[in-house]
Design a protein around this ligand. Structure first.
Ligand SMILES: [Zn+2]
Length: 334
């Protein structure tokens, strides 16, 4: 059997669609239907991913025309990128939430304002010009990895969707990606969780210009709400399906609590801008990796804005850059 395929119960396949970043692969799920297959999150559009799909389909005797539906958990390029290519060949409808689709169009639409807005955000938070330039260049490389863009039909949180002849409940999962969805199946107690809950790695939570000011607050709230679901098997967007869903939710909450406390501690000693805080938290080696640096900087901002919202950090704006101090220090000065 292809090394990219793992056989799951219910006749499902987990396909490890390769990624050219440290995440290594994204999980696509192939779900047998009465007629054809539903594909969840086909992957990034690269030659390597397409070659893997050809190998998987050949081995399983799946033709392009057998793909009857493409369902996306969220709009990030490693999940969404190949959907248009797959749709062109199969004619299958592509489903995602309207908010996720609006974000995808904003990022990769013809008159995208996103790179400029991200540039302004990062410059105002202390990132040197040259590194911001590296990041926008890296971002522009993604356009070909999400092309062609799919024609989309909408599914929304609160809806039910039939997958593999069972009804799944669609759950709003904000914070990692606004408009992201988790899918829950009551009899199996399975949760398709996209990147909202991952084993071994912590989902990135980024400030995105034009989205919520406090994505981390939304993410932590979502983790709390996900505890209400009884889950026997979680099917994540990266790494492998896992059990212990509730424990994982608690671990992720604990991770962010510790990171917030560590950042607050750093800001107690001296005022820092977000870029300085990013390098203190994640290391300066990321300067050589614009892709990871973008995630680290946007995640640092998510923690900072969350602290600020809680009154634990206070910003001053000077010479075009925001600097932060722990809120308590400001109170004691006053
Ligand atoms: Zn994602």
């Amino acid at each position: 059997m292809s090394r990219y395929i793992i056989q799951l119960p219910e006749g499902w396949l987990q396909v490890k669609a390769p990624l050219p970043f440290s995440l290594k692969w994204v999980n696509s799920y192939v779900i047998p239907e009465h007629k054809g297959y539903t594909i969840v999150d086909p992957g990034l559009r690269t030659d390597e991913t397409i070659a893997v799909w050809r190998e998987v389909m050949e081995e399983r005797g799946i033709l392009w025309a057998d793909i009857s539906r493409i369902v996306l958990t969220h709009q990030h390029p490693d999940h969404y990128g190949l959907s248009g290519y797959m749709q062109e060949r199969s004619g299958a409808p592509v489903y995602m939430s309207s908010r996720a689709h609006a974000y995808a169009r904003r990022l990769w639409g013809e008159d995208s304002d996103y790179p400029g807005a991200l540039e302004t955000l990062f410059l105002q938070h202390g990132m040197p010009d040259a590194l911001v330039g590296d990041i926008t260049r890296n971002l522009s490389e993604f356009v070909s990895r999400v092309s062609p863009q799919p024609v989309v039909q909408y599914i929304e949180a609160g809806d039910e969707l039939r997958l593999g002849d069972r009804l799944w409940q669609l759950i709003d999962a904000p914070g990692h990606a606004f408009g992201g969805l988790c899918f829950y199946q009551r009899e199996l107690r399975w949760m398709i969780c996209g990147d909202q809950v991952l084993p071994h790695i912590t989902p990135n939570v980024s400030v995105v210009p034009g989205e919520e000011r406090d994505p981390l607050g939304c993410f932590l709230q979502s983790l709390e709400e996900l505890k209400a679901w009884e889950v026997s098997l979680a099917l994540p967007g990266h790494r492998d399906p896992f059990t212990g869903f509730r424990e994982r939710l608690e671990q992720l909450q604990g991770h962010h609590d510790r990171r917030l406390a560590a950042m607050e501690e750093l800001l107690r000693n001296s005022a820092m801008n977000a870029f300085e805080l990013c390098e203190s938290s994640f290391g300066s080696h990321l300067r050589r990796n614009p892709h990871n640096l973008r995630f680290a900087m946007a995640e640092t901002l998510a923690h900072l804005f969350h602290l600020e919202g809680k009154g634990k950090a206070v910003a001053t704006f000077q010479d075009g850059v925001y600097r932060y101090l722990a809120g308590r220090d400001i109170c004691s000065i006053n």
